[in-house]
Write a protein that binds this ligand. Structure first.
Ligand SMILES: [Mn+2]
Length: 344
């Protein structure tokens, strides 16, 4: 710690941003969840946490919103690789089920059902790991950020936070509504995370969806009919801005829908795909990095309590480190706003 110079390039020490803090002293804890078993399109998000770890060493530990950002005690959970290994095994089984479905098999056929049962069991194991880990740190008063992995990763974190605070609202930034009642036979699919949060976690009082632009009619029915779901579809936000409304006032209307306790669930594909070309299911449109940053900053100053966060679906590209770079920088922003919010 004595030798730590925040102006130097980060040294690889296994901690995000190369920060010199021990996990036991940290106020913010990053929990990598290397999981993409149910991914339907391009895989690779299970490698996101390691790619962001590498890229995070390039992030300058200075931020105008929080000049002494390097003093934020951010700790990193180092896992034993067991989750990643299990993911590999069950990803293979999930892929077989998806291939059978695409060849015309019914989701109710015994072979598909057997494979889905195995994947669902594995997902429950992953949910249990995330729940126990997040709950443990939250009980010690630490702020926890789950770093996916696909967007099924934070279910256990949302559950732990809902139990801790009794009632929470979710700020959900995503291209997708993630309101599918299971997808391709997987109960804990990346495409079902918000459905599961709504239906299986009593303490989730509302979900505010921002930048969504790719959803099915079944999901739209839920958006229209479930009073807990508030949506700011990308096309509506664009229309408002094209006709003269400012991003500041749109952010105010977004934040107004949020209750006192807010959990942030951030799928990187909520951003425009130029920021995340390698993500699992990219969709044209979406918000810029700056707009997301501004929204989070406004939320941190809104008088609400940010209770936890996740950042998911960052996948490393095989050709460059752009996706991981963007992900690491968004992770740093989340840490800064969590810290600012704690000080309020
Ligand atoms: Mn998504």
């Amino acid at each position: 710690m004595k030798d730590f110079d925040p102006n130097d390039i980060g040294m690889p020490n296994g901690n995000y941003f190369g920060l010199p803090y021990d996990l036991k002293d940290s106020e913010i804890v990053i929990v990598p969840v290397k999981w993409d078993a149910t991914t339907s399109y391009a895989d690779g998000t299970s490698k996101g946490p390691d790619a962001m770890l590498d890229a995070s060493l390039q992030v300058d530990l200075f931020d105008l919103a929080y000049p002494e950002a390097w003093k934020i005690k951010i700790g990193t959970v180092k896992d034993d690789g067991g989750l990643y290994k299990a993911n590999k095994k069950y990803r293979k089984i999930a892929k077989q089920a998806i291939a059978m479905l695409s060849e015309g098999a019914s989701v109710n056929s015994p072979e598909v059902m057997e494979k889905c049962r195995k994947v669902n069991e594995a997902s429950e194991m992953m949910n249990g790991y995330v729940y126990d880990t997040v709950k443990g740190f939250a009980e010690q008063g630490r702020f926890v950020i789950v770093l996916g992995g696909e967007h099924s990763a934070p279910f256990g974190a949302i559950r732990a936070m809902a139990e801790k605070y009794g009632s929470i609202g979710i700020l959900h930034i995503d291209a997708h509504a993630d309101l599918r009642k299971s997808y391709e036979g997987f109960e804990y699919s990346h495409a079902s995370i918000m459905y599961n949060a709504l239906e299986k976690i009593a303490g989730v009082s509302s979900i505010t969806q921002v930048a969504i632009r790719d959803f099915c009619s079944e999901e739209y029915e839920i958006i229209r009919n479930n009073p807990k779901v508030k949506a700011f579809p990308n096309s509506d936000m664009c229309k408002s801005q094209f006709e003269g409304m400012t991003w500041a006032s749109i952010c105010d209307s977004i934040i107004e829908t949020l209750p006192e306790n807010v959990y942030i669930s951030f799928d990187i594909d909520g951003l425009s795909p130029e920021y995340c070309p390698a993500t699992g299911t990219p969709v044209p449109g979406g918000i810029s990095f700056d707009k997301a940053d501004y929204l989070l900053r406004k939320l941190a100053h809104s008088g609400r309590r940010i209770v936890g966060a996740d950042l998911c679906e960052v996948a490393p590209s095989c050709s460059d480190e752009w996706d991981a770079n963007v992900g690491a920088r968004m992770l740093f922003k989340l840490c800064i706003y969590a810290k600012l919010n704690m000080e309020k």
